[in-house]
Design a protein around this ligand. Structure first.
Ligand code: AMP
Length: 207
């Protein structure tokens, strides 16, 4: 968990590699549906590009098929984002005889969010996320050479709206998990390497 720009995608990609997990980013799942050009994708684009959340039922039904398709451990990145999704996830995990191991909140001060997202670029091909410094704009992904783009929901106005949505809909999820004994907060305003180190040390204790 974490607000927009907290580093969920970056850290999940590193964790997937280190622990051989399946990384499910609901944002990437939705962006893939948009890229497919389907009618559903067009509907989803209208919602995401405004910085709103897609309806819970749609998100949950899209996710269940992906969860069923793997026996690996899973990192959910950007899910659950509402209490209804957290409840549905509990029910799904029970049905599939799986457990939630740990809920990790990457805590980033909001004063950092807008500037961090303004420098964010993503690769259309492999999904790599990177941050550019002004004047050194890269055109191609350093990993696969794919085209780098700025997400349409990463404009300052949209990011401010996404933060409001985060407060209203997603922060209650923190309360949902806080007393479960599985909830931990990691400081997000550190280098990506240090954030990763902190997450790994939490996960090693869980094992
Ligand atoms: P992300 O890539 O996690 O920043 O997500 C980008 C956008 O996709 C969000 O601002 C939402 O519009 C949508 N989205 C991603 N995950 C969810 C979710 N769990 N529930 C509803 N909408 C989501």
């Amino acid at each position: 968990m974490g607000c927009p720009g907290a580093g969920k995608g970056t850290q999940s990609a590193k964790l997937q590699e280190e622990f051989h997990l399946k990384h499910i980013s609901t944002g990437d799942v939705l962006r893939a549906e948009i890229a497919s050009g389907s009618e559903l994708g067009k509907e989803i684009a209208g919602i995401i590009n405004k910085g709103n959340l897609v309806p819970d039922e749609l998100m949950i039904s899209m996710l269940e098929n992906i969860v069923k398709s793997t026996t690996k451990g899973i990192i959910f990145d950007g899910f659950p984002r509402t209490v209804a999704q957290a409840e549905a996830l509990d029910a799904m995990m029970q049905r599939l005889q799986r457990d939630i191991t740990e809920v990790i909140m990457i805590d980033l001060p909001e004063s950092e969010v807008v500037s961090r997202i303004a420098s964010r670029r993503q690769c259309r091909k492999c999904g790599e996320i990177l941050h550019v410094t002004p004047g050194t704009e890269a055109k191609a992904c350093p990993v696969c050479g794919g085209e780098l783009y700025t997400r349409p929901d990463d404009t300052e106005e949209r990011v401010k709206h996404r933060l409001e949505v985060y407060h209203t809909d997603t922060l209650p999820v923190k309360n949902y998990y806080q007393n479960s004994g599985k909830y931990v907060e990691i400081k997000g305003d550190q280098t990506p390497e240090k954030v990763f180190e902190d997450i790994v040390s939490v996960l090693k204790k869980v094992k």
